[in-house]
Each structure stands twice: as structure tokens, then as C-alpha cells.
Design a protein around this ligand. Structure first.
Ligand code: NDP
Ligand code: 8X3
Length: 250
């Protein structure tokens, strides 16, 4: 079997595009909560590579460990971990924030990434090899109005990435942070709880990034020779200059 890449959040958007992009060179463990979507993607990708579909919620540490422990022995030697699962839930000023939304963001985006990393890194440390590609966000570099807790979760992710790079340095493990701006996926549909007008308005008047742009970046990063670590990339659509400055040709 080829080397193994483990991708969280593969049921849509950026994670799905990364799975498709890496399928030519890697065997894939694809993860997400929506079983039907995961199975459909697995079936499609099996034309290209070996695929193992693993359904679990990253925010539940027990489920994360049970799922990863359940991997058959031939699927346990993971070379690449792509920490991508996550979402924004709501967008509101701090005094109006919904606590369930806050929990979902901290628990999935930050704690979930940590749980998965904790479960997979001992194997990488043991063999002194591995790549950990983390999908952060520009929201982890700059705070924007009403983005408070989503931004906090992604600032936490940025700190976790830097911390793991230091801790895993003695073992030759490459740790990468990729921080996108506006990417048109299901992200805004989830954030605005299915409100089509609100979610479409996020990308109105611009050519946004597409999931494939991020997948190509992941491919570039993992294809570097072993002595090269691309530590940190911020990637914007050309129309975007910062979290809050977007040139909309309306
Ligand atoms: P999508 O909504 O299209 O995809 C999100 C993915 O994350 C889905 O596969 C979803 O799977 C998975 N996911 C979410 N919560 C959980 C959970 N608790 N347990 C397991 N899986 C979960 O959005 P994107 O593809 O855009 O988002 C992917 C990553 O990129 C996120 O971390 C996001 O913060 C980040 N990002 C996105 C940007 C954008 O503008 N789109 C910009 C910057 C960063 P399922 O629901 O099946 O579990
Ligand atoms: C997603 C990008 O700007 O909506 O992380 O927070 S943004």
C-alpha cells in the first residue's frame, strides 16, 4: 500500500478537495460525521487508491480515540495528518453570542484538532517521521467584528501549531499551518445555519478562493523534499487584503 494520509473534515469543502488531490499519491483515511457523504466519497476515490472511511466527531475525545484505535493494523502507520475539520457557528457581538455555538467552535476547531493530533502523533514520534498539515484561518491571525469566538478558536489553533512544531522538532516531523481567507465552501451555509442570502453575500462581488486552491497548496507543501518545511502560509483571494478589507466589484 502507498503511504497513508489521514484527513479530517473530508465530507465537504476543503477536506474533500484535499482527499481528491492526494488520492493519486497516498492511501487515504477520510473522516467526518456524515456517513453517507463519506461512503460516497470513499467509493469514488477507490478508483484511484485504497480508502478507509472513519466516522467520528472530532469534538468528542472518547470517540476520537475509539475511532483511531479501531484502525486495522495496515492502516495505522499514518504519514500525513491533515487537521481540517471545523466550522464557524454564528456571527454575533460578544454580548449576544450563543453559548452552544461557542462550545461547538472551541470544541471542534481547537479541542478536536488537539484530540486528533494527540492520538496520531505518538506513531509519528516513534518512527521519527510525519507531516501535520493544519488548516487554520486568517481568523487566527486577525480578529474581525462579531468574529470573536471563531477567531479565538483559530488563534488557539495557530498557537497549537507553533507549539507542536517546537515539541515535534526533535523527531523530524514537519508541522505546517495553512491560513486561508475567503474560500467558497459550505462554511458560510453552516455559519449562517442555512440562510442562503447571508451565506451567498459573503462571496458576492469577488472571485473567492475555491477548495481546490487550498488542496493544491497542501500538495505543494507535502511534495517539498524532506529537509524543507513550509511552516506558515496565509492565502487570500486576490480581492482580499485582510480579514476586513475586501474589494467587491458590485
Ligand atoms: P465545510 O463546511 O465545507 O467543511 C467542514 C468540514 O469539517 C466538513 O467535512 C465537516 O464534516 C467537518 N466537521 C465540522 N465539524 C466537525 C466535527 N465536530 N467532527 C468532525 N468533522 C467535523 O467548510 P470548509 O471546507 O470551508 O472548512 C474546512 C476548514 O477550513 C475549517 O477548519 C475552517 O475553519 C477552515 N477555513 C475555512 C475558510 C473558508 O472561508 N471556507 C477559510 C479559512 C479556514 P461533517 O459535518 O460531516 O462532520
Ligand atoms: C474563515 C474565513 O474570514 O470567514 O476562516 O473567518 S473568515
Amino acid at each position: 500500500m502507498k503511504k497513508i494520509a489521514f484527513i479530517t473534515g473530508a465530507t465537504s469543502g476543503i477536506g474533500e478537495a484535499i482527499a481528491k488531490m492526494l488520492a493519486s499519491d497516498y492511501a487515504l483515511i477520510i473522516c467526518g460525521r456524515r456517513v453517507e457523504r463519506l461512503e460516497k466519497l470513499a467509493d469514488a476515490l477507490r478508483a484511484k487508491t485504497d480508502v478507509y472511511a472513519l466516522t467520528f466527531d472530532v469534538s468528542d475525545s472518547k470517540t476520537v480515540n475509539t475511532a483511531i484505535d479501531s484502525l486495522p493494523s495496515q492502516w495505522q502507520d499514518i504519514q500525513i495528518l491533515v487537521n481540517n475539520a471545523g466550522n464557524a457557528h454564528g456571527r454575533a457581538p460578544i454580548h449576544e453570542g450563543d453559548l452552544a455555538d461557542w462550545d461547538a467552535m472551541i470544541d471542534s476547531n481547537l479541542k478536536g484538532l488537539l484530540y486528533v493530533t494527540r492520538a496520531i502523533t505518538p506513531g509519528m514520534v516513534k518512527k521519527k517521521s510525519g507531516d501535520i498539515i493544519n488548516i487554520g484561518s486568517i481568523a487566527g491571525k486577525e480578529v474581525y467584528p462579531d468574529g470573536n469566538v471563531y477567531c479565538a478558536s483559530k488563534f488557539g489553533v495557530d498557537a497549537a501549531i507553533k507549539g507542536m512544531r517546537i515539541d515535534l522538532n526533535p523527531y523530524g516531523i514537519r508541522v505546517v499551518g495553512i491560513h486561508p481567507g475567503l474560500v467558497e465552501t459550505e462554511f458560510s451555509v453552516v455559519r449562517f445555519k442555512g440562510d442562503k442570502d447571508k451565506s451567498e453575500s459573503v462571496y458576492k462581488g469577488i472571485t473567492p478562493l475555491y477548495a481546490n486552491d487550498i488542496a493544491e497548496t497542501v500538495k505543494f507543501v507535502v511534495d517539498r523534499p524532506p529537509h524543507v518545511t513550509i511552516a506558515d502560509i496565509t492565502i487570500f483571494p486576490t480581492a482580499q487584503a485582510s480579514s476586513t478589507i475586501v474589494n467587491r466589484q458590485l
